[in-house]
Each structure stands twice: as C-alpha cells, then as structure tokens.
Design a protein around this ligand. Structure first.
Ligand code: HEM
Length: 194
C-alpha cells in the first residue's frame, strides 16, 4: 500500500465521524452559523499553519495551501468585526519533523475535496463566490484535482521508511481528532462577533 492509501484507511473512520458530527448543512444555513463555523476554522488554521510550515520546511510547496488569508477575507465579507488574531484556537500540535507535518497537512488539504461540494452549496445558498465569502471552501477551485495529485505525489516521495510513515499517520489521526473536538464543541460561539 502507498502512504496515501494507508493514511486514507487509517483515518476513514475519523473522517466519517467528523462528517457526521460537523452538522455542516445546519450550521451554514444561516449567515450567523456560517460565520461562527469559519471563525472556528480560522482559529484552527492560525495554530496549525505555522506549526506545519515550521516542521515541513518547504514554503514553496506549502504557501499555496495556506488558507488563513482566505478565512480572514471571508470573515470580513460576512461582516465580522472582531480582530481575527484574537479568536480562540486549539492547543498547538507537536509536529517534530516533515513526516508529521505532511500527516497533519493531509487532513487540511484533503478537506478541500469535500469542501468543493460544501462551498458550492454555501455559494448557492447565500449568493457568494470564491471572492465574496466562499474563498475558504472553494479554495483551489478548478485546480483542486491538480493540487491533490501534487499532494499525493509528495506523500509518495516521503519514502523514508516505516518511522516516517508511522509519524505521518499518527499526526493525521491526531489532527482529525483535534479538528473534530475543536469544531464540534458546544461553546464554539465564544469570541465571535459581527
Ligand atoms: C473539516 C472537515 C473535513 C475534513 C478535515 C476532511 C478531510 C478529508 C480528507 C483528508 C480527504 C481525503 C481522503 C483521501 O485520502 O482520499 C477527504 C475527502 C473527501 N471528503 Fe472530507 N473532510 C471533511 C469534511 C467533509 C464533509 C463534511 C464532507 C461531505 C459533505 C466530505 C466529503 C469528502 C469527499 C466526497 C471526499 C472524497 C473526494 C474525492 O475522493 O474526490 N468531507 N476529506
């Protein structure tokens, strides 16, 4: 099995669990709910992107996959007035090496796949597009397939042996768990104002 296949198999239950717990259709049905959800993602990316960037050490590869600026633009479009840097975030992950970074990035980058469908739904509901309120979800747009293919190629290039693969898988599992806890907490309107 390739590392991608192993990551996919190891996190399939976590993906299903997150998909079930997220309740995204109900949450994005109103602009308030959508803003709160984006603010939670913003807090998560603000903590995970620097950690992934530092451990990966390959900004040319990572830069087009950063989505913090898109989250900020979407929140501004939705009329959020709070300082985005003041939004709460989860605890920082311990990513010690490029393999762990790529495992965590697998989760965030994979979310752009289902995100296309979710983004199209939000865009239709609220009259948004990638420039107006839906930049986070629509993310790579028509380049989604190509970006995912390049990411999978990068995973396969990680052939550094079983320790690196185990680190990538452990980081992906931990990131899925952290994201589910962070997005599905009941008190997650804290720190969000319009
Ligand atoms: C923040 C939440 C989510 C995260 C972190 C996430 C993560 C991922 C990951 C890592 C993959 C790649 C699987 C692979 O290796 O092939 C993936 C694929 C996919 N996800 Fe999600 N996902 C999320 C939410 C959702 C939701 C809510 C849906 C359903 C509406 C969804 C639908 C899909 C679909 C359809 C694919 C496969 C796309 C394809 O193979 O072309 N995801 N997601």
């Amino acid at each position: 099995m390739s590392l991608h296949q192993r990551l996919r198999a190891a996190t399939a239950a976590a993906h299903e669990n997150l998909e079930r717990s997220l309740d995204w259709e109900a949450r994005v049905a109103t602009l308030d709910g959508y803003r709160v959800l984006l603010a939670r993602f913003r807090g998560f990316h603000a903590v995970y992107e620097p950690a992934i960037g530092a451990a990966l050490g390959d900004e040319a590869f990572f830069a087009p996959r950063r989505r913090l600026a898109r989250l900020d633009a979407d929140l501004r479009h939705l009329g959020a007035t709070s300082d985005p840097d003041a939004l709460p975030g989860p605890p920082a992950p311990a990513l010690a090496d490029p393999a762990s970074a790529i495992g965590a990035l697998y989760v965030l980058e994979g979310s752009t796949l289902g995100g296309q469908m979710i983004g199209r739904r939000i865009a239709a509901l609220h009259g948004f597009d990638a420039e107006t309120g839906c930049g986070y979800y629509l993310a790579h747009g028509r380049r989604t397939g190509a970006m995912w293919a390049a990411f999978r190629a990068r995973l396969d290039a990680l052939a550094e042996g079983p320790d690196a693969e185990a680190a990538a898988i452990a980081a992906a599992e931990a990131t899925f768990d952290a994201l589910r806890l962070w997005l599905c907490r009941m008190d997650c309107t804290a720190g969000v104002s319009a």
